[in-house]
Ligand binder design. Structure first.
Ligand code: GDP
Ligand code: K
Ligand code: MG
Length: 298
């Protein structure tokens, strides 16, 4: 890693918020590449993932966290605990809310968590591209008022307002080194993102009952001069879910595969041949061993 110029700033920014407010979309837009998968399904993000933005004046390292919510099973508890750790392990908190939705219990729960941190907090009101009712903003402003958090409004989808956000974040950073090489956009290996791109298509294409019990492993990546061959397994809990994933005559698996392959080609800027398998592993969500075996930090 090269040495940063004198006066250079750097630091970690925790992106916190309830599910579906647009945290992952925001991170992708800020770093300029799709490194975190997004979908309308809550709990799309399972791991802590870092997005790195290096500018001439600062290196901003964004930590995308799973949305904070009340846990229902062991995977849920792990997710919430990781989000709590993230709050204190960073330099600045970006608390993202959905400006198209009224503030809810989930937001109050997070505000309660954030009220105890020493770190500076910025309230980011997202989805201003879709906002019809400015009254909603006021409810968030009122919630933030007792803590005197700075407020920024933006659209993670269109990028509108993100320059202002970026400038404000830099003012909160201290002088520091490059934590990562300037050309790196994420701390995650390509293989992990490949698995996530498959999981994203499952979330987008299959029925409600499948997504939460799915995990994807990348079993093999073979790089040829002209094509990259990827072998991956989708792990589910029940035979019925396997049936849904494969679909009639294999149509669903084919659709998942071809959409994921397209995304992977963008990721690696090259041709990909993707082979997908589906495997039933009962109750993997309950098992810590399984979770870590599949690559989740528990
Ligand atoms: P997360 O759960 O907080 O990480 O949320 P995601 O990034 O997965 O986004 C949840 C949904 O909100 C997705 O369907 C996104 O396309 C959508 N979304 C995110 N940001 C915006 C935005 O600025 N405007 C609009 N209209 N939709 C957004
Ligand atoms: K989501
Ligand atoms: Mg997310």
């Amino acid at each position: 890693i090269p040495q940063a110029p004198t006066g250079y700033k750097s630091g970690f920014i925790g992106i916190i918020g309830r599910p579906n407010v647009g945290k992952s979309t925001l991170m992708n837009q800020l770093v300029g590449q799709k490194i975190a998968i997004t979908s309308p399904v809550a709990q799309t993000t399972r791991n802590r993932l870092q997005g790195i933005l290096t500018t001439p004046e600062a290196q901003l390292i964004f930590v995308d966290t799973p949305g904070i919510h009340k846990p229902h099973h062991q995977l849920g508890e792990v997710l919430v605990r990781n989000a709590r750790i993230a709050i204190d392990a960073v330099d600045v908190i970006l608390f993202v809310v959905d400006g198209t939705q009224p503030a809810g219990g989930g937001d109050r729960f997070i505000i309660d968590l954030l009220s105890r941190t020493e770190n500076p907090v910025i309230l980011g009101i997202n989805k201003i591209d879709q906002q019809a009712d400015s009254q909603l903003d006021r409810t968030y402003e009122d919630l933030a008022a007792p803590y005197q958090w700075q407020i920024v409004k933006f659209s993670a989808l269109t990028g509108n307002g993100l320059d202002t956000l970026q400038q404000l974040l830099v003012t909160h950073l201290e002088p520091g080194p490059y934590y990562y090489p300037p050309d790196l956009v994420t701390d995650q290996p390509e293989r992990f993102i490949m698995g996530e791109l498959i999981r994203e298509q499952i979330l987008l294409l299959t029925r409600e009952e499948v997504p939460h019990s799915v995990a994807v492993t990348i079993d093999r990546v073979e790089e040829d001069t002209t094509i990259t061959r990827v072998l991956a397994t989708i792990h589910v809990e029940r035979d019925s879910q396997k049936g849904i994933l494969i679909g009639k005559g294999g149509t669903m698996l084919k659709a998942i595969g071809s959409a994921a392959r397209e995304q992977m080609q963008k990721l690696i800027a090259g041709k990909v041949y993707l082979e997908l398998f589906v495997k039933v592993q009962p109750k993997w969500r309950q098992s810590r061993f399984r979770l870590s075996e599949l690559g989740y930090r528990v």
